[in-house]
Design a protein around this ligand. Structure first.
Ligand code: FE2
Length: 411
């Protein structure tokens, strides 16, 4: 089991209440709900010392200062960065090949090994797009839009996977006082800002959609991805900022956007990508009963379950999530109305174990690092699941899932 995830003693505590109950927690050293300081360098030196600290220190020693300075200068000047282009046509096999990773941002040996193994597979499979399912920067998220961890925990390990990465916000990216609490969603704004300076990192907003093929005048998309921010309705603590409350304006706006975007989409395959899973046999369990909590507005994830069931289920073919450090290809359920849950959160951490078995599974692995490669054409969607041997940075394909029937075609 991962030992660096904190579970509150009671649901829906404020971070301060939680800390008053448990003084063994190492905090992020910043005031709760502190406004985001967008300027470079803010908060540097307050990095929390947790499990990843040794690897983080080693990575800092490798930081190319000149590259960081050039990037910061480019951002400050407002000069556009030369982004890797979204695919405008399918790969050699007639499908769009997409790398799927989650919970990658440890900066440790495992992240680098998984990325190296994925890089080789991406070359042979013609991958033109990648997805990062959140917890992009452990343990606390970025200290600024120019945090060096964007380099050591994303750009450097993923060198050679030179495609756009559709990124979503995880609970660690939005830490407040407590690492991984999701208690300061505004921290995610730094990851949106970082996207303007990175060739890989694609996050035009906190939630957004991306359709393939990209570009004007290409007809109905083959696939469309809907990136959602699940944190305000799945944080382990109560949100203090009224804007990010579970029933506040941010979640109301996001829900309206997601509903209308799914309705408007003409894509054959519709895929929602968000950090926290709807269904899950792993440690954290399913939305509505996360970590064993079934009451309150936040810790249980009950309002995320509502969002999935009322807006997504029966309309999207897949929900891709991380958060649990496992890989799962689950079967659709009666409540999901044909929508299938995929969990892929093993790019930097592993070993969360199997805590639940109430969701029927096509295939699942609870012990290995790994990633997935999805291939999408109008008539077929396949998902190859890979496990990775960290010592040799070698990937092994362990399962292939195939679907030839999109929800759109069945309705
Ligand atoms: Fe997470």
């Amino acid at each position: 089991m991962c030992d660096d995830e904190y579970t509150p003693p009671r649901p829906d505590l404020t971070e301060r209440q939680w800390l008053d109950l448990d003084d063994s927690i190492v905090t992020t050293g910043r005031p709760a709900a502190e406004p985001v300081a967008g300027a470079a360098g803010s908060g540097v030196g307050r990095r929390t010392v947790l499990g990843g600290a040794v690897a983080g220190a080693a990575a800092l020693a490798l930081l190319p200062q000149a590259a960081q300075a050039a990037q910061a200068a480019r951002a400050a000047s407002g000069a556009p960065v030369d982004k890797f282009p979204l695919p405008s046509r399918p790969g050699p096999g007639g499908s769009y090949a997409v790398l799927v990773t989650g919970d990658a941002g440890t900066g440790n040996e495992a992240q680098y090994a998984v990325a190296e193994a994925a890089r080789k597979v991406c070359r042979t499979e013609g991958v033109g797009l990648a997805i990062g399912l959140g917890d992009n920067l452990y343990e606390n998220g970025p200290e600024s839009a120019h945090d060096d961890e964007f380099h050591t925990k994303f750009e450097k390990p993923n060198t050679g996977i030179d495609v756009p990465w559709l990124m979503v916000l995880g609970n660690h990216d939005c830490s407040g006082l407590i690492p991984g609490s999701g208690g300061d969603p505004s921290r995610g704004d730094r990851e949106v800002a970082y996207a303007t300076t990175s060739r890989r990192w694609h996050m035009p907003a906190r939630y957004y959609s991306t359709a393939l093929p990209a570009g004007p005048g290409r007809g109905a998309p083959v696939v469309e991805f809907f990136a959602v921010d699940t944190n305000p309705v799945a944080s382990t603590v109560t949100q203090l900022d009224p804007y990010f409350r579970w029933d506040g304006p941010y979640m109301r706006e996001q829900r309206r956007w997601l509903d209308s975007a799914l309705t408007a989409s003409r894509a054959t395959w519709k895929i929602v990508i968000g950090h926290h899973p709807y269904l899950n046999n792993g440690k954290h369990g399913s939305a509505g009963s996360y970590d064993g909590f079934t009451i309150g507005h936040y810790t249980s994830g009950v309002h995320l379950r509502e969002l999935y069931e009322e807006v997504v289920c029966g309309r999207a073919d897949l929900i891709l999530s991380g958060h649990d450090h496992t890989q799962q290809i689950l079967e659709p359920t009666k409540r999901s109305r044909g929508t299938r849950q995929i969990v892929c959160g093993t790019a930097g951490k592993k070993g969360d174990g199997k805590a639940h078995d109430d969701q029927p599974a096509r295939w699942q692995d609870f012990g290995q690092h790994g990633f997935m490669v999805m291939k999408v054409s109008t008539g077929k969607l396949t998902i190859d699941a890979y496990t990775v041997d960290v010592a040799t940075a070698t990937a092994t394909r362990v399962h292939r899932f195939t679907s030839t029937s999109a929800l759109r075609a069945r309705s």
